[in-house]
Ligand binder design. Structure first.
Ligand SMILES: [Zn+2]
Length: 318
């Protein structure tokens, strides 16, 4: 059992990578510009720099590097208030406009000799969970800002408000307000007795097999999205769709909603235009292969909810 004061489903989600930043998101304070200014100038406040979707880390020590507000000039990009952890305010700041050299190395070296700007998907599994969650949140927020600089309704520039949790159209006749968005995607492990349905896309690393997944479409429930994706990708009918847990996946803008679903037969018709290979895999066979490190059959990356869905099914009592 999980030792947590949270309701069970929350605790289960919290165990997923990037799910917990440990921050109080202080949504009440977002409209308090005096409080935000005070935090921006406070010597204890920490800034999470993001350069072209990469986060600043010390890869050798698997540490996140935060900056004080004396370490950079904010320029035109107003920092985004992330929240407060242990009385310290955290902000995300986009440094993408700076010519950082190859892979941002020249810019990173200005902060620390051992620093690098890395894609969170490279370093995430090695980081302490809460730091990984905080970097994911920062990256997701700044991606949203970058993609919503203009109004989708009238095309005029937008401006950030409320600590960066709102963008408002500058055309006064329009005034459209946009809030940070995340795209729901369902991801599901379909099982039939002692077997589960796994597949691989051509773009996956060699030998890697994973669960099926897909985006939820407008006008669709989560359960219908699960059933539709499994039918479209594998020709399998499912029933008893049940929720497992969720995971922020800001690569670039998704929220993964994890499910289990049952199938009644092993019949399947893998859609070769979407998948390179796939089929039913026995629980005991997967356990053996993953323990032996078989290069022709690998489970998904350690920080993914796909891995979590498979491992929880492989070892239901763990
Ligand atoms: Zn507008």
């Amino acid at each position: 059992m999980i030792d947590s004061p949270l309701p069970f489903a929350l605790a289960r989600s919290e165990r997923n990578f990037y799910a917990d930043s440990g921050l109080d998101r202080v949504s009440e304070q977002r409209r308090d510009s005096a409080w935000i200014t005070e935090q921006l100038l406070h010597p204890n406040s920490r800034f999470v720099p993001v350069w072209r979707s990469r986060n600043l880390v010390d890869p050798a020590r698997a540490e996140v590097l935060y900056l004080g507000q004396d370490r950079f000039s904010v320029g035109e990009n107003e920092p985004v208030l992330l929240g407060v952890r242990e009385t310290i305010a955290y902000f995300a700041v986009d440094l993408s406009h700076i010519d950082g050299g190859e892979d941002g190395a020249a810019l990173a070296s200005r902060f620390a000799a051992s620093a690098a700007f890395l894609d969170l998907r490279i370093v995430g599994p090695q980081l302490p969970r809460r730091e990984g969650g905080l970097l994911a949140y920062a990256r997701g927020m700044l991606t949203w800002h970058r993609r919503h600089r203009f109004c989708g309704q009238c095309g005029a520039p937008t401006i950030a408000r409320e600590g960066g949790h709102l963008r408002v159209c500058t055309n006064q006749e329009c005034g459209l307000e946009q809030f940070p968005r995340t795209d729901p995607a369902v991801i599901m492990l379909v099982t039939c007795g002692e077997r589960c349905l796994l597949a691989r896309q051509a773009r996956f690393p060699p030998g890697m097999y994973s669960t099926l997944a897909g985006f939820v479409e407008p006008g669709e429930t989560l359960e219908a999205a699960v059933a539709r994706e499994v039918w479209e990708e594998a020709g399998v009918r499912v029933r008893n769709v049940r929720y497992h847990s969720s995971q922020p996946w800001p690569f670039p803008t998704s929220l993964m909603l994890g499910f289990y679903a049952d199938a009644d037969t092993f019949d399947c018709a893998i859609n070769r235009s979407e998948l390179e290979d796939g089929g039913w895999y026995a629980r005991a066979w997967i356990r053996e292969r993953s323990d032996a490190g078989d290069p022709t059959f690998k489970l998904p990356r350690a920080d993914s909810i796909a891995r979590r869905l498979i491992e929880d099914w492989l070892e239901p009592n763990r």
